[in-house]
Ligand binder design. Structure first.
Ligand code: FAD
Length: 416
């Protein structure tokens, strides 16, 4: 059923009795052309673009839980394309353009809200670094504006501009950055993929990958064996675990990262803001809660919640930026598992096992990449060739020295 004003009116007039489920909860078939392991945003987007852009018809997405249970439904919903490295700028700007047309492409309201993102800076050296990043963005055709202190004050008069340690000297603004309703992205892609014939198989954990003569030929799941011509791994925080089923050891660590939401208040923060002297970022949800987060917990984990030292660190960042936040109560807090790489950039590539493909290593920021990751991973699965926009996200780049260290931080996952 196509969603439209007409269908809304008709369903309202008939007592909402005839809405159909948004997607088919499919039973596994014995064989497919492509099996995608992982029904997060990336796996579902990949399935959608495989069917839509490449005409592949026999596709299964195999998900161990339910659609939306992973990081796609746990993240803090920020989208942006304010990168410095050309490989990243091009990729994330492509993603931004896909976000801008996504609701029409999916016929689904994913609540894309381009409310802006502001990176606040606190010193002359930091201003220079942000000016450089802003210039790189503009050269690549991405929107960027450098604000001085007054420019920031106009938007956020309640920030602590004269903080003794971290005075606010200005900020780098990307007006087209913003937020998207995270779980709606999973639902929207699931619905659109299902409409194109993709089987979405929930509650089916992949527990083994069958390799014969160097080729991946099937996945063993808790709902039976499924053979496939091509298998794509897209399991985010569980990437190294699933890749190990094929004998692969990847430069990826799984860490927990937390999110926090306060009680609802009237509109206060119009865009997304990041603090520049620590890891703290914040926005306000449409329901009024302030949504914020910071660093990963810093130890390997698959837990759905984190620990107090990071909660304290995040709260300190919030207090330094806007002391008024101390008067609000945190209502909810949870964790999600992220797949951290040494240089902070992802992988979309072939693996040494034939017919086995990988999309992973998204660190802090894979949500904003969802449309572009799906688009380019689908291209790789359909053609066997890297899409030009993802060609730098090679699995062997740490061996060849072609790392994409966006922040120039070296091999320390939490700093990317
Ligand atoms: C608290 C938090 C805040 C974040 N904030 C942002 C943000 O503001 N902006 C941003 O860009 N990014 C953010 N991220 C990162 C972003 O959410 C992730 O990078 C992205 O969602 C990962 O891709 P995905 O949606 O496909 O992952 P997931 O939704 O985790 O999908 C992977 C799926 O694979 C499934 N799976 C795992 N193992 C198996 C198996 N063996 N068999 C079958 N299925 C399996 C899982 O159940 C899961 O559903 C945040 C993450 C967290 C946790």
């Amino acid at each position: 059923m196509r969603y439209s004003a007409l269908s809304l009116a008709w369903n309202a007039a008939t007592g909402h009795r005839f809405w159909k489920p948004a997607w088919r909860d499919a039973e596994p078939k014995p064989a497919y052309d492509v099996v995608i392991v992982g029904g997060g945003g990336h796996g579902l987007a990949t399935a959608f673009y495989l069917a839509k852009n490449h005409g592949v018809r026999r596709i299964a997405v195999v998900e161990k839980g339910w659609i939306g249970n992973g990081s796609v439904g746990r993240n803090t919903t920020i989208i942006r394309s304010n990168y410095l490295h050309p490989a990243n700028t091009r990729f994330y700007e492509f993603s931004m353009k896909l976000w801008e047309g996504l609701e029409q492409a999916l016929n689904y309201n994913v609540m894309v809200s381009q409310r802006s993102i502001l990176n606040v800076f606190h010193s002359d050296a930091q201003r220079d670094a942000y000016a450089r990043r802003g210039n790189a963005m503009r050269i690549a055709g991405v929107d960027a504006e450098l604000l001085d202190t007054d420019g920031v004050r106009k938007r956020y008069p309640f920030f602590d501009f004269d903080n003794a340690r971290f005075p606010i000297r200005g900020g780098l603004l990307q007006p087209r950055g913003g937020t998207v309703r995270h779980d709606a992205v999973a639902w929207g892609y699931a619905r659109a993929a299902s409409d194109l014939g993709v089987d979405i198989i929930q509650n089916a954990e992949v527990v083994g990958i069958d390799i014969q003569g160097g080729r991946a030929v099937a996945v063993e799941t808790t709902r039976g064996r499924i053979t496939a011509d091509r298998i794509g791994i897209s399991v985010a925080g569980h990437t190294s675990h699933v890749a190990a089923m094929a004998g692969l050891v990847l430069p990826i660590e799984s860490h927990v990262i937390q999110a926090f939401v306060t009680e609802a208040v009237k509109p206060l923060i119009s865009g997304v803001v990041t603090f520049g002297a620590g890891h703290f970022y914040i926005s306000q949800s449409d329901k009024g809660g302030l949504v914020f987060g910071g660093d990963i917990d810093g130890y390997g984990s698959y837990a759905g919640r984190g620990n107090l030292p990071v909660a304290e660190d995040v709260a300190e960042g919030g207090m330094a930026l806007m002391p008024a936040i101390g008067r609000l109560r945190i209502l909810r807090n949870w964790g999600g598992v992220v797949d951290m790489t040494p240089d902070g950039s992802p992988f979309i590539d072939l693996t040494p096992v034939q017919n086995l493909y990988l999309n992973g290593g998204w660190n802090y920021g894979g949500f904003k990449a969802t449309p572009a990751a799906g688009w380019t991973f689908a291209h790789l699965l359909a053609t066997g060739q890297s899409h030009e926009l993802a060609a730098a996200y090679r699995l062997d780049r740490h061996a060849t020295g072609r790392v994409i260290d966006e922040n120039g931080q070296g091999a320390q996952p939490n700093l990317h």
